[in-house]
Design a protein around this ligand. Structure first.
Ligand SMILES: Nc1ncnc2c1ncn2[C@@H]1O[C@H](COP(=O)(O)OP(=O)(O)O)[C@@H](O)[C@H]1O
Ligand SMILES: [Mg+2]
Length: 264
């Protein structure tokens, strides 16, 4: 192959940023000529490769931007270990209808039962199906909002956090919020309410969020919005980490032994 048409083909592929086609077109055209492939098949194959590669790299970018602390998939979650979770509820969540409908999801339960795993699993699912996702812990979220407020940029920051189609706020309740933190948290929840979906995880039942947030009135107003359109999954089982340690013949760390309850 050569000549003017060949040169222009490559120049135009470059101008249109069809890089994948640019890299495979020579070989493929040769093959197509040998096998007498119809033009429509050739075009279809080339464009399909380009689109496929773009989707894959878009997913990769979205996963990177999401900032997950670990890779956890729903397929890796062993439901038989956690009978308190209704598989039908998890199946429904997996459809991501809750993201389309801008609803909330809450995973509640003691340490080690899989709250973070499930939140990340749903987040990865959403990212790979085209939604913008961001993962943060409650304390990092409040840090970011506080810093933005000090720089007079709270509104812009809230807007940024408001844009993600799915926001995961992990570990609510491990650290108490203080009143001004609770205010910031409330503003964020209000901003996203009925507009975009949020997954919350907490080791504390809703009845203790007043204490966690340091203000029962703001907590009630926040929960009112969170729970208006929401699915709550209460996980009651034992810690997966603890069992893994026991299986390995290691003693349980004190905090988890206490949280797991002494039934031995
Ligand atoms: N049912 C499960 N199947 C597979 N792995 C699990 C399960 N539950 C928890 N894990 C794993 O155990 C560890 C603790 O789970 P994690 O989600 O961090 O708990 P939590 O956030 O509730 O404290 C993680 O490595 C997680 O992947
Ligand atoms: Mg966790």
């Amino acid at each position: 192959m050569g000549g003017l048409a060949y040169e222009r083909l490559h120049a135009n592929l470059e101008a249109l940023k069809l890089n994948v086609i640019g890299s495979i077109v020579d070989n493929y055209l040769e093959l197509a000529a040998k096998e007498d492939k119809p033009a429509v098949e050739v075009l279809d194959h080339l464009l399909d490769e380009e689109v496929r590669a773009r989707n894959a790299s878009a997913v990769e970018t979205r996963l990177k931007l999401a900032g997950f602390p670990a890779k956890k998939t729903l397929d890796d979650f062993d439901l038989s270990f956690q009978p308190s979770i209704d598989p039908a509820v998890l199946e429904e969540l997996r459809t991501l209808r809750f993201v389309h409908n801008a609803e909330s999801v809450c995973f509640l339960g003691p340490p080690g039962v899989g709250k973070t795993h499930l939140a990340i699993g749903l987040g990865m699912e959403a990212a790979s199906r085209g939604f913008s996702v961001y993962y943060t812990t409650a304390s990092s979220l409040l840090d970011q909002l506080r810093k933005a407020e000090q720089r007079d940029g709270l509104d812009r920051k809230l807007k940024t956090f408001g844009k993600y189609k799915l926001l995961v706020i992990d570990e609510i309740g491990y650290l108490p919020m203080k009143r001004e933190g609770a205010h910031l948290f409330f503003q964020l929840v209000s901003r996203r309410y009925e507009k975009a979906s949020t997954i919350f995880t907490s080791n504390k039942p809703f009845s203790e969020w007043g204490e966690v947030m340091g203000d029962p009135v703001i907590a009630a107003a926040t929960l009112d919005r969170i729970l208006h359109h929401s699915t709550t999954v209460n996980i009651k089982g034992e810690s997966f980490r603890l069992r893994a340690r026991q299986r390995a013949g290691k003693p349980a760390p004190l905090a988890e032994a206490v949280a797991g309850g002494g039934d031995a």
